[in-house]
Ligand binder design. Structure first.
Ligand code: C5P
Length: 310
């Protein structure tokens, strides 16, 4: 049946590669649990310069391959969000999703940096280009939102406030470059498990609605790392640390190494450290490496450009 569907107008063009960044949440305010199982958020995303590259080529059927240090942890079947992105776009245009998706993976897997979401956004833009389906940005964003709460941001990059479950985006102005160090943990954490743990820790407490911090938005706008450090907040951090108590030592090691602030990235277990400048970031990275409290250390900066064809 799928074989009978037509291919897109430019499906014979050979290959498209899209580069797509990781993110850190500089504010992740988590409101009460909704009846649909999600939480309303005030989610301030910042894209940072760790990238996955998604390459698509025409194939006889949908196929995924992956390379990179964590490649063995990436599912290579239709549960992969990148495959689901290709299928969703093909369905919308009455095409067969006959494409080979190759992911060159540099973003930590299940690390709280939206690596899976990045691959979905990357595959979507790559297939749209390969197949010549010419989707508008709004059409792509709507498919992204169906795929996952963080996928729309992976497409647009930069910095943005995410409301709703994180998918309703308002772009944010950023007045400078922020220098970050990321401590990559051994193994990932499941996002739903971290949200469940957050609910468990809150128990019967009244949870206020999630609101963006005016001070944090102002710190982003002025590009002042000291002001941003004073306002960083992640409501999922207690849950991530509860599920992975060793993260407490990682967070302390980075702070002792000179970071302006430390926090868990998204649902973790990657820890993020904001540094005053590039030199301070190198010093924090050295301290984290010497501490032996993480598997790998990455130094980068943000904001970074969203998904783009190379
Ligand atoms: O949207 P996504 O598929 O990334 O969400 C994964 C899971 O994370 C959801 O099934 C839900 O358990 C949790 N989640 C949530 N509230 C959000 C986003 C995600 O509870 N705003």
């Amino acid at each position: 049946m799928a074989e009978a569907l037509p291919s897109g107008p430019s499906s014979r063009s050979s290959v498209v590669t899209v580069r797509v960044p990781a993110k850190v949440n500089v504010q992740l305010a988590v409101g009460p649990l909704r009846s649909d199982g999600f939480h309303d958020l005030a989610n301030v995303f910042l894209a940072v310069g760790l990238y996955d590259e998604v390459t698509v080529t025409p194939a006889d059927s949908l196929r995924i391959t992956c390379e990179g240090p964590d490649a063995e942890h990436v599912p290579l079947d239709a549960t992969n969000l990148a495959a689901r992105a290709a299928i969703a776009l093909a369905e919308r245009h009455g095409l067969a999703p006959d494409v080979h998706i190759h992911i060159a993976k540099d973003i930590p897997v299940a690390g709280g940096m939206a690596g899976g979401s990045a691959d979905a956004a990357g595959a979507l833009l790559a297939c749209d280009t390969l197949w010549g389906t010419g989707s508008t940005q709004d059409e792509l964003l709507s498919i992204c939102a169906d795929l996952g709460s963080d996928v729309p941001f992976s497409l647009v990059g930069g910095a943005a406030l995410g409301r709703g479950r994180g998918e309703i985006l308002t772009p944010l102005e950023v007045g400078g470059t922020f220098h970050w160090v990321f401590a990559v943990a051994d193994g990932g954490l499941s996002t739903p498990a971290v949200y469940r743990e957050c609910d468990r820790l809150r128990g019967d407490a009244d949870v206020p609605g999630a609101e963006p911090s005016a001070d944090l938005l102002e710190a982003l706008r002025t590009g002042d790392p000291g002001a941003l450090a004073a306002t960083l907040v992640n409501d999922l951090q207690p849950a991530a640390v509860s599920l992975r108590p060793s993260l407490a030592a990682t967070l302390s090691a980075g702070t002792e190494g000179g970071a302006l602030a430390a926090l868990v990235s998204g649902s973790g277990p990657t820890c993020a450290f904001l540094a005053k400048d590039a030199d301070a970031a190198s010093a924090v990275a050295a301290a984290l490496t010497a501490s032996g409290t993480c598997r790998a250390v990455r130094v980068t900066s943000g904001p970074a450009e969203g998904a783009h064809v190379r």
